[in-house]
Design a protein around this ligand. Structure first.
Ligand SMILES: Cc1cc2nc3c(=O)[nH]c(=O)nc-3n(C[C@H](O)[C@H](O)[C@H](O)COP(=O)(O)OP(=O)(O)OC[C@H]3O[C@@H](n4cnc5c(N)ncnc54)[C@H](O)[C@@H]3O)c2cc1C
Length: 421
């Protein structure tokens, strides 16, 4: 076991931090105030190797699984809204990679990023007004009409919704089957019947575009069904005949992506912590340096400890995901839950420490406090994360009991996943 970052990881962290300081921070306030998409930063991130296919390939090659979470934390240290605008297309690419055929992946994933000359964006659209946490209740329908799929429905709160070049949309093919009757479709730019609806005005991550996506008689070629017709038919047949669901695969995939969201949240917490240290270093309380006040030391120690413990959960989960160690105890969800809660708590706590100035728009804590909230909400709310962890822990417990029972009975059963991990 080795907790130290290697030379490559340290250099990459410094590179990301320099990008965040020199390119993101100078325009963070402007894009926050204007709620504008930071195209110039996305372009520059491409030049620095921090956006697009090269970036995905590089972070994917790290055997420890740390480069991705390092990049997420450092970019969000710069500005969470801009960082999401830079790398939000990764969600659509992940959706295509998870469900698409090799040909579909080769065709559509590059289109989520475009080229150095022509930047493109992707959007991944699942959530609806009545179905976010409760994903089985999606109402957007996809009906086969000759050699076209026809999509109808409204997606809400979609990152890059309406401005993306590629929309990956999850829709219901057979509503009686719940989530097992759903499929993913790719919709290219300019397809009639896809319109941007209301653009959301948000308290935080304002540089990231969030909008409704309205689908009305949206016709796409049959080949835009991710995975293809045969695979969908097999899945529907299995569901109709009551065979075992593949839902646990989806759960396992989410476990792998959640540490990235946790790392993103921690970038905000770390930024708020570092700024507060620097600010207090210049303050005196009754002619004593503020950092020598034990009352203040108590709070700062708690903030530092909480951030570090959340970071360790993120690093562990990311390492497990990269090395194929099953997160059967919900380790991915734990990392996202803890990092989101720590970030909201840390920004609030640091504001209390700084006092009324922290409430003003002149103080950077005000923005970090606003940016923090979303990490308890999207990509699985904190409450839903707790349910996932609790269910996975219970399942792991049952497996261990079963294994211990078989062992006591003199069998030689295979080691359960949880014990192996
Ligand atoms: C800025 C932003 C960007 C987003 N980007 C995307 C995107 O790109 N693509 C996409 O598809 N979606 C996106 N979302 C949607 C987001 O993922 C959902 O809003 C989120 O998953 C919550 O789902 P919901 O809106 O249905 O809320 P609900 O599920 O209605 O939740 C409401 C409240 O009820 C709680 N709750 C729900 N079920 C339970 C339960 N069983 N037990 C205990 N508590 C429960 C929740 O925790 C929450 O507190 C985005 C949202 C925002 C705000």
């Amino acid at each position: 076991m080795d907790f130290a970052l290697n030379d490559e990881q340290r250099e990459f962290r410094d590179h990301c931090r320099r990008f965040a300081r020199e390119v993101i921070r100078p325009v963070a306030r402007k894009h926050d105030a204007e709620e504008s998409t930071p195209w110039e930063v996305i372009r520059e991130a491409r030049a620095w190797g921090l956006n697009g296919l090269d970036h995905i390939q590089r972070t994917g090659q790290d055997r420890d699984g740390q480069l991705g979470v390092i990049a997420a934390e450092e970019m969000h240290w710069g500005c969470a809204g801009i960082a999401l605008a830079v790398n939000g297309s990764g969600l659509a690419a992940a959706g295509i990679a998870a469900s698409g055929s090799p040909e579909q992946i080769a065709r559509w994933v590059p289109q989520c990023f475009g080229s150095d000359e022509e930047i493109k964006l992707g959007a991944y659209a699942v959530t609806e007004a009545q179905a976010g946490s409760d994903v089985k209740s999606l109402r957007t329908t996809a009906k086969l009409d000759g050699d076209e799929w026809v999509l109808d429905g409204t997606k809400v709160f979609i990152t890059n919704g309406g401005i993306a070049d590629v929309h990956v949309v999850v829709a219901t093919v057979d509503s009686a089957l719940g989530h097992r009757g759903q499929a993913s479709f790719v919709i290219g730019k300019g397809t009639p019947g896809l319109e941007q609806g209301k653009k959301e005005t948000k308290i935080g991550i304002r540089a990231s575009h969030t909008a409704e996506v309205v689908l009305e008689n949206c016709r796409i070629p049959a080949e835009n069904l991710l995975g293809g017709m045969d695979k969908l038919n097999r899945k529907l047949e299995r569901a109709r005949s009551g065979q075992k669901s593949g839902a646990s695969n989806a759960l396992a995939t989410f476990e792998i992506t959640r540490p990235m969201v946790g790392a993103s949240a921690l970038g905000i917490a770390q930024a708020a912590y570092e700024w507060t240290l620097e600010y207090l270093d210049g303050q005196t309380i009754e002619s004593r340096p503020a950092l020598k006040e034990q009352r203040i030391q108590q709070v700062l120690a708690d903030v530092a400890t909480e951030i570090d413990s959340a970071r360790l959960l993120v690093q562990r989960a990311s390492w497990m995901g990269r090395n194929g160690v099953p997160m059967s105890g919900g380790q991915g969800s734990m990392s996202k839950l803890k990092a989101g809660d720590v970030t909201m708590w840390a920004t609030t706590t640091l504001m209390d420490l700084v006092g009324p100035y922290a409430q003003t728009a002149d103080c950077p804590l005000e923005k970090w406090f606003r940016d923090a909230k979303i990490y308890q909400l999207f990509e699985g709310t904190a409450q839903v994360q707790r349910l996932v962890i609790s269910r996975m822990q219970a399942q792991e417990y049952r497996e261990r009991l079963e294994w211990a029972g078989e062992l006591a009975a003199g069998g030689a059963p295979a080691t359960p996943v949880s014990a192996a991990a």
